[in-house]
Design a protein around this ligand. Structure first.
Ligand code: NAD
Length: 354
């Protein structure tokens, strides 16, 4: 199945993988020509941010530990004021997508360079996309200033991610890869990255679940996260991401868990239109149907499989179907309200898709 016409835009990003590499953050700050880093984290990861500031020594100018989910503009404005007051000349973000999001929001406004040390598999560090919220509305911005300059993947840091979050975060990353396989603007490189990202997670996640502190398997999951995040930044996403965006934005469902529940259903829905493009999922997971194979994998890993267990009310499914189909993203299988309502009902109940 050779694609005869395509475009590919690379990005200049420095990426380092090694257990313990975050302890070399000071070298990376100096390499950027900087000497006054502002360290960012969420409140629960404040201890990690303070430890990092300690290893940065004289090149740490300050610490801001109030990053929260969905990057509210009010928090960003406080953080920008803090960055200016400590005369920061770069950002070091340590955490998941929420912390990375705050770093990107600051960089978009100030053009400060960013070093990201990811501790989940969300993949935001590898994209030039910023999602931010103001007055309850989440919008996305794409700008070269938003893309982090340096990523330090340190398996020691992700080894503390609780197993339940590990599994849902991995499925969140795998969702980027699945949708990249059928993206309208895919290219042979994005398909290769997506396939390898899926393979890395399927090979390493069972080992991480069995032994969460094992650094080799943790390293391979981070490798998967990097590949899946990279394709997320390269090609367009479709129905799966639209559904998760709607459920997270309008029904306040948790980000990674929602991705974990929806992925088998959105994949099964699209497999009707593009079975050949989803062949890598079947090759990697086995089975004949990619949605069912993803459902079985998620269950084996102990992921939630229903919107019901995430706390969604069944009575909200009609409105969710309406919102998700009002301004739909491009999708390989045509989307209409009734079929999405059926998909959401199956996801709510936790049915295994065909
Ligand atoms: P998160 O960053 O909100 O992390 C969830 C919680 O886990 C936080 O409290 C965090 O402090 C904690 N945590 C993170 N790593 C930990 C670790 N190793 N040990 C213990 N606790 C840890 O969640 P997320 O799923 O990483 O990111 C979700 C956010 O990222 C969403 O807002 C999403 O929209 C955004 N995102 C953006 C992009 C993009 O390209 N712009 C891509 C992916 C995700």
């Amino acid at each position: 199945y050779f694609q005869t016409s395509f475009e590919q835009q690379g990005a200049a990003v420095r990426v380092r993988f090694a257990p313990g590499v975050s302890r070399e953050a000071a070298l990376e700050v100096a390499r950027l020509g900087c000497s006054r880093a502002l360290v960012l984290s969420t409140p629960p990861q404040a201890d990690g941010a303070l430890m990092l500031a300690e290893t940065l020594g004289a090149s740490a100018a300050g610490v801001f530990t109030r990053a929260v989910m969905h990057t509210p503009v009010a928090v960003t404005e406080e953080a920008v004021a803090h960055a200016l007051s400590v005369k920061a000349d770069c950002i070091v973000a340590i955490g998941g997508g929420s912390t990375t999001g705050l770093g990107k929001a600051i960089a978009w406004r100030t053009d400060l360079p960013q070093i990201v040390i990811p501790t989940t598999y969300a993949g935001s560090e590898a994209t030039g996309i910023l999602g931010q919220t103001e007055n309850g509305i989440k919008t996305t911005v794409t700008d070269p200033k938003i893309r982090p300059e340096v990523i330090l993947y340190d398996a020691e840091l992700v080894a503390t991610l609780p197993v339940a979050m590990t599994v849902t975060s991995a499925l969140n990353a795998m969702a980027h890869a699945v949708e990249a396989l059928y993206a309208q603007n895919r290219n042979p490189i994005s398909t290769m990255l997506a396939t390898e990202g899926l393979r890395a997670f399927v090979s390493s996640l069972p080992a991480v679940v069995a032994e969460p502190a094992g650094l080799t398997a943790r390293g391979e999951t981070l490798y998967g996260a990097w590949l899946c995040g990279t394709v997320l930044g390269q090609v367009g996403m479709a129905l799966h991401h639209k559904l998760c965006h709607t459920l997270g934005g309008s029904f306040d469902l948790p980000h990674a868990e929602t991705h974990a529940v929806i992925l088998p259903h959105a994949t099964a829905f699209n497999a009707r239109a593009v079975p050949e493009l989803l062949k890598p999922v079947r090759d990697i997971l086995g089975g004949t149907a990619p949605g069912a194979a993803l459902h079985d994998f998620a269950r084996r890993m102990g992921a939630p499989t229903s919107l019901r267990e995430l706390g969604m009310a069944e009575s909200d499914l009609d409105r969710a179907a309406e919102l998700a189909t009002t301004k739909p993203y491009w999708n390989p299988q045509p989307v209409d309200r009734q079929s999405i309502r059926r998909l959401l009902q199956a996801a709510w109940s936790g049915d295994k898709p065909d």
